[in-house]
Design a binder for this molecule. Sequence first.
Ligand SMILES: [Zn+2]
Length: 301
Amino acid sequence: MKQFMEGATCRELPALMRKWRCFLGFPAFLLLFSCSDSGSRGKKLGAELDIPDSVEINLKAPQKESEQPRKKRIFMTFDDGPNLGTRNLLTILKEEKVPATMFLIGLHTKASPEQKLMWEQLQTFPGIELFNHSYSHAWRNRFTGFYKNADSVISDFNRAQAMMMLKEPIARTPGRNAWRIDSIARTDLVKNRTVIDSLQKKGGYVLIGWDLEWQFNHKNAQAIQTPDQLMAQVDHLFAANKTLKPDNLVILAHDQMWRTSTDSLRLHEFIRKLKSRPGYELALITDYPGVKEALANQKRF
Ligand SMILES: [Zn+2]
């Protein structure tokens, strides 16, 4: 179960899933003790890190086309929070003053005292956007069963939307790289296409997938690509025009990858490298091409 909180991702292996035993199958009080490893670790994190009340975020104004070439935009997105690693993530965002998008799991906002605290911090943290990554994360990552019933999937997202009081119906599907932004409709697993269509058409959600995943080791949650390797992948995808939208690239990462200060150095280093590149800029997912228009066309909650 410890692995759900620390190492769970959108692409869990069946063998790993069998190890999770406390998630929702037990009363909530058990979640506090067994899912999040919140005891000594939570206290340690709380003592080490200092989340600011306010911070100035460097959201750059759009470039005038006549002045210089438009920068390529990179959208850093972080899934599965609030989670171990969220504190370190916020500390880095604050220090580097960069925007980021968080796709949150409803259950995680109340799974442990540490996660409750991080949920409180997230709601007022400047320069980030909070969106829906489902309530249950497919109930212990049981993706195959989860995506068989459109109504239950919509209900799961609606539950998260309501409990987190999220304003915009932007979501990311657990375990599936799915896009639904008006004319964009992509699903990595074809057999789930119809249900995910319903999440957009009946549920009213704009769905954001990703172009590139910063992968991690599921045993220790450590990032697999080094910052230089990830940057090389970014450069290649842009150069080869392999992003879904030209000159726009969405990166998927997970909060739990930054649970130790040593691990979080990788994220810090990558963000510094991005900032040093004059041709790149970081942006929020609401600035991704077509998202604002799609929101205007979706049903209102
Ligand atoms: Zn996820």
